[in-house]
Design a protein around this ligand. Structure first.
Ligand code: NAD
Length: 550
């Protein structure tokens, strides 16, 4: 099996890698050296001549040239990567799958000192404040390095480092033969682990980290059949006792009566304050289970295991838990952050096409908020993802989508956990939601999936933005073209303008008399509370079929 070394510049990947390869009579591959010999130039020269983007393209093709991972039980290749190679989700997909990964860490001060003595110039850390630059790189990259199987400080004496890696190699190789962890982050809104085929392993690790003595799973019939049952069997195989509390499927779980009966079941199982719950399901299940966790015994810890695309890129992230009332959606709830979020993209393979496609409405929203790479990914691969094309899973496109859209939400929420902030905060996530909610309500919450409604809301927001001069027409056209390609919000709606306006008026009342419109700009959003009602009416009308009742 291949061993891949990752870490910051100066962490010792080449030295340790060579020594490790030598011990196994394996081939040592230094990706940076391969790039240099293929292009006939040093890396600083490539950076100086063509810039970082060109270098990253060469790096991508050097990774592709590695070919498939070697799956034999002995170590045949040791691969040292450039420090930034793993930032690109597709590089990680190509490098980490089926390979054992080792993260060589080290304090920024020590790494900077080493780099000063090194004959090799590292273009990204050759400036005036190497320690500051390294610290900054470490903050931005840690979640990618931390996905590795083995975490090892690379700054001790070489033999000792290699010995320490050797010792943990057999266990890491067994883990690598299973699923692939692509990202692992410790954040103020919970630990986040994302990967492909990692569910049981990652869930068991989180339960252990929380000191759980059993797994108390809350799920619903659809998610249980698709995911939960297998996860429970895997946990039992690893010696965990598993208890199960099943809630109703879909939006039907988001009722106070369900919270009451779930609480009774937990009491019947004698669940104590120290015991974490595990929520396995989509956004509806996660919202209710989160509220149960927020209120049972005045709040206990829980692990979110989102099984739908909406759950993985949106609902499971951010700590908003709650249920519906007859008067409206999500009217009773709490902020309650999960202890951990375990995101396994493999579970999305069983999702019905309509669910996957609709969730892309939220992904488009995250792209429009200012993530150009996500925008490009959706333009290039979105329609294959929407069709549940197996190739989109196999190529890593789905994993990249989940990571980019999910992490964009993580960053917004961390900046404004309780929705107190101004324009840079959580309100940004309401892009497409004012009219989206109104359309959803006009459809009686049954006709349209949430993401489908958001897609209509995005079209309307872009139209309003163009009319008031904040959205460049080219940006609005690009958003429209993407939604067309994804097959979202393409049909005129059969609802009445009055119904939509009535719901907007209710929203306005809840917002203290002023609706705050989130509108696209050339590369992000602005928030405006001065949009004339006629402008809104024109935008809403543009979504409706000619002859819709007024
Ligand atoms: N808390 C938040 O921040 C937040 C954000 C967005 C949405 N939401 C909420 O999320 C809910 C919508 O979530 P959703 O779209 O995930 O719907 P959902 O939870 O109702 O799941 C949709 C359907 O998919 C099935 N399912 C789940 N996982 C599956 C799998 N892996 N394979 C096959 N089928 C599977 C479910 O049984 C269900 O029938 C809404 O109630 C919305 O209000 C909350």
């Amino acid at each position: 099996m291949d061993v891949v070394l990752v870490g910051l510049p100066g962490s010792g990947k080449s030295v340790i890698g060579k020594r490790l390869a030598h011990r196994h009579a394996a081939t040592f591959i230094d990706l940076d050296e391969r790039i240099e010999s293929a292009s006939g130039r040093s890396i600083p020269e490539i950076f100086a001549d063509d810039g970082e983007v060109a270098f990253r393209a060469l790096e991508r093709s050097a990774i592709a040239d590695l070919g498939p991972a070697d799956r034999e039980p002995d170590v045949r290749r040791v691969i040292a990567t450039g420090g930034g190679a793993i930032v690109d989700p597709r590089n990680r997909w190509a490098l980490y799958r089926g390979r054992t990964t080792v993260w060589l860490g080290g304090r920024p001060e020590v790494l900077a000192q080493r780099l000063r003595r090194s004959p090799h110039v590292r273009p990204l850390v050759s400036g005036r404040d190497p320690i500051g630059t390294i610290r900054d790189l470490a903050n931005r990259r840690e979640r990618f390095y931390a996905a590795a199987h083995i975490h090892q400080s690379g700054v001790a004496e070489v033999h000792g480092v290699v010995d320490a890696i050797e010792e943990r190699l057999p266990k890491a190789m067994t883990a690598a033969a299973g699923g692939t962890t692509l990202l692992r982050a410790t954040t103020s809104i919970g630990r986040i682990v994302l990967g492909d085929g990692i569910l049981v392993e990652a869930l068991a690790a989180e339960l252990e980290a929380l000191g759980a003595r059993r797994a108390i799973v809350i799920s619903e019939p659809g998610a249980w059949e698709a995911v939960g049952e297998r996860a429970a069997a895997g946990l039992r195989e690893r010696g965990w006792a598993v208890e199960r509390v099943l809630l109703p499927q879909g939006e039907a779980s988001k009722r106070l009566s369900v919270v009451e009966s779930a609480g009774s079941e937990l009491a019947g199982l004698r669940v104590e304050r120290s015991e974490p719950l595990v929520a396995i399901g989509g956004g509806a299940l996660g919202d209710t289970a989160g509220f149960v966790a927020a209120t049972y015994l005045r709040g206990i810890r829980f692990i979110q295991v989102p099984t739908t695309l909406v759950g993985q890129i949106d609902a499971a992230i951010g700590g908003k838990a709650g249920v519906d009332l007859p008067e409206g959606k999500n009217l009773v709830g709490a902020f309650h952050q999960p202890a951990a979020i375990v995101i396994d993209v493999a579970v999305l393979r069983t999702l019905p096409e309509r669910q996957l496609r609709a969730a892309l409405g939220e992904a488009v929203k995250m792209a429009v908020l200012g993530d150009e790479r996500l925008f490009e990914l959706l333009e290039a691969q979105g329609s294959a993802i929407a069709r549940c094309d197996p190739a989109a899973f196999a190529s890593g496109a789905v994993a990249e989508l989940v990571e980019r859209a999910g992490w964009a939400k993580v960053e917004v929420v961390i900046a404004d956990e309780r929705e107190r902030g101004g324009t840079g905060g959580r309100i940004a996530l309401n892009l497409g939601h004012s009219i989206g909610h109104a359309v959803e309500a006009a459809a009686g919450y049954g006709g349209l999936l949430h993401g489908e409604a958001v897609a209509y809301g995005l079209r309307a927001a872009a139209r309003i933005g163009v009319e008031v001069g904040v959205t460049p027409p080219e940006r609005a056209e690009r958003i429209g073209r993407l939604l067309d390609a994804l097959g979202l919000a393409t049909e005129p709606l059969p609802y009445s303008l009055e119904a939509i306006l009535a719901h907007l008026a209710t929203d306005k009342k809840h917002a203290g008399g002023r609706l705050r419109w989130v509108l696209p700009t050339a590369d992000g959003i602005v928030v405006r509370d001065d949009i004339e009602v006629e402008v809104v009416e024109r935008a809403a009308s543009s979504l409706l079929a000619a002859g819709s009742p007024r």
